[in-house]
Design a protein. Structure first.
Length: 141
């Protein structure tokens, strides 16, 4: 008959290790799921902000002499595109359209709420800049 290689003092050791490591594995799994959900939300927020910034930049006026003029239409277009596309966890912070680095542009700032599985619903700020390509305005498309 083969004798077991462990003593009576070691019985139940696997149960203890299971009880210790199971909560750690569960916390790790929840952290991974939270990261995946938050990354997905961020990608949605960046996509919506980029769309709004590009739409607003197309409404910035460039005069024949090269002067860049901001119009209220640019701000309202960027805001309208954002509001129409944004999910509930993405909030518009600000819209600014005008001249950036001597180019017609529109800057859209937003906040994205994290999934909140681990730390609750924190907010992450994002900024999207849409530049107007030279020679392309809404009338030229």
């Amino acid at each position: 008959m083969v004798k077991p290689r462990y003593s009576r003092a070691q019985k139940g050791q696997s149960t203890t290790l299971f009880a210790v490591f199971l909560p750690a594995i569960i916390v790790l799994l929840i952290g991974v799921l939270d990261t995946i959900a938050t990354t997905s939300r961020l990608m949605d927020g960046v996509s919506v902000a980029n769309l709004a910034a590009m739409a607003g930049a197309q409404e910035v006026k460039v005069l024949p002499n090269g002067v860049i003029q901001t119009t209220e239409q640019a701000h309202s277009t960027a805001t309208w595109y954002f509001v129409q596309q944004a999910p509930t966890y993405v909030q518009l912070t600000s819209v600014w359209c005008g001249q950036t680095k001597n180019r017609p542009s529109c800057i859209v700032k937003a906040r994205v709420q994290t999934a909140g599985l681990m730390l609750g619903g924190q907010y992450i700020d994002i900024t999207a800049v849409g530049y107007l390509a030279y020679g392309v305005t809404r009338g030229n498309q």
